[in-house]
Design a protein around this ligand. Structure first.
Ligand code: FAD
Length: 399
């Protein structure tokens, strides 16, 4: 009998169905052919060719992959997770693009949009002909979005005589750190209204709506990150997402995107571990491959153990999700554990590669730097600790 696969010591991959494994292999081939040859350059130059890649991702069924209808693939949670794993093994920026498009922007329209909004945007977004972004965070409100200052007021109120429900809206404020912001055809923007927080669809080119890119990032460089400005933007009455009011709307989308993260980070971790293992076997110091030193072996073994544990966590949360039994605490468990684990593996892998580890010739520090963003976005590790703290003790400790 052959020995265990060093990259998947516990054979966690075998817990996936044949169809899930097929999807995973297809995404891996795409990442190997289309992303890996270029990713170091994109990262160095701080670019992500969103327009070029979106239709390719669409053809693979990866955009809104877990949504039903409207041109979406309707895949199961584990299949979607396995796809995220392979995307993030290439780069967290690629997985971020797919997460924001599918789990945030499309999910918001799918769950809370009118039939007209769904028909207008979802098939185009699933095909990658239209790109979406999701604006919740503001310069002064990140972990605590309830305080957001962006407002949408009804023009019909008090002044003109528009009937209730038919009035136009005026959107004012700004959103910060918005992935895909400047390349989006439609922004899903969350704003305070008289009825609490509501979501609005703001198409590219709407007068008063501008997006400027954030520069100087040392993390997620192969990803577009923007600030959105809304200067008295006039929107028609049907720009609002009719299906939800309150923070429940954006938070439910974030839960979907977090789910992708807890799989994706397993991919980034695997890529780092694999790079360290290969390097250790060929790098010779003191007359022998460094893989033969006990200290290097300890690092590799720790990586292998933690990688498989994170993989099992992702798989378990995925099956719970498919059974309709996943709760916010399960997602927080996975996000907190798996991002932290991936970051530790990336940093340890970096040490195995010595000086070579600090360059873009190898993926390890690129992944480690990317994972710093992943640790922060979609709920920081502190916030997920508090979610779990509340789940365990019954007492909320956010404020
Ligand atoms: P803060 O909320 O200011 O937190 C700073 C520190 O204080 C953190 O360590 C935090 O954990 C800690 N802290 C805050 N409150 C507490 C508390 N109660 N107890 C203990 N510690 C606390 N947002 C979007 O809306 N859409 C996007 O597409 C998007 N993309 C992003 C892409 C990138 C590359 C990055 C870096 C961020 C992105 N974000 C996006 C924003 C992201 O979600 C926020 O950065 C995140 O929610 C944290 O907010 P903050 O950065 O303002 O940090």
């Amino acid at each position: 009998m052959p020995g265990p696969d060093p990259i998947d010591l516990l054979a966690v991959g075998e817990l996936l169905t044949e169809e899930e494994r097929l999807i995973q292999a297809t995404v891996r081939r795409f990442a190997d052919d289309r992303i890996r040859p270029h990713i170091a350059d994109w990262f160095e130059q701080g670019v992500f060719p969103a327009r070029e890649l979106a239709p390719e991702l669409g053809r693979l069924g990866l955009l809104g992959m877990h949504l039903e209808g409207y041109g979406c693939a309707g895949a199961g949670a584990v299949a979607y997770g396995a796809a995220c794993l392979e995307l993030e093994a290439a780069d967290s920026g690629l997985r971020s693009f797919v997460s924001v498009q599918g789990s945030l922007a499309m999910r918001a329209i799918h769950a809370f949009g009118s039939e007209e909004q769904k028909l207008r945007w979802l098939p185009e977004m699933a095909a990658g002909r239209a790109i979406g972004c999701f604006g919740l965070t503001e310069p002064d409100f990140g972990s605590d979005p309830a305080g957001m200052r962006t407002t949408a007021r009804r023009k019909g109120r008090g002044g003109t005589s528009r009937p209730e429900g038919g009035g136009d809206w005026v959107l004012s404020g700004s959103k910060m750190w918005i992935t895909n912001g400047s390349v989006s055809d439609v922004a899903v923007v969350w704003a305070q209204t008289e009825q609490g927080v509501r979501g609005f669809l703001v198409p590219r080119g709407t007068k008063g709506f501008t997006a400027t890119d954030v520069h100087g990032k040392l993390s997620l460089r192969a990803s577009v990150t923007s600030e959105l400005h809304f200067d008295e933007v006039q929107l028609p009455g049907d720009a609002v997402l009719p299906g939800v009011s309150g923070l429940r709307g954006p938070l439910s989308c974030l839960n979907e995107a977090r789910y992708g993260i807890l799989w994706g980070t397993v991919g980034a971790a695997r890529d780092c571990y694999q790079a360290a293992l290969e390097y250790a076997k060929s790098r010779v110091q003191f007359g022998r491959p460094i893989a033969g030193f006990q200290l290097t072996q300890e690092k590799l073994v720790e990586m292998a153990l933690e990688l498989e544990k994170a993989h099992l966590v992702a798989w378990r949360v995925g099956r719970l999700k498919e059974a309709g039994q996943s709760r916010a605490a399960h997602i927080s468990f996975g996000k907190l554990n798996n991002v932290r684990t991936a970051l530790e593996i990336a940093r340890s892998a970096r040490t195995v590669l010595g000086a070579n580890g600090i360059t873009t010739a190898y993926p390890v520090l690129r992944h480690a730097n990317n994972l710093e963003s992943v640790l922060t976005y979609e709920g920081t590790s502190e916030i997920h600790t508090l979610v779990l703290g509340e789940a365990i003790t019954g007492t909320a400790a956010y404020r």
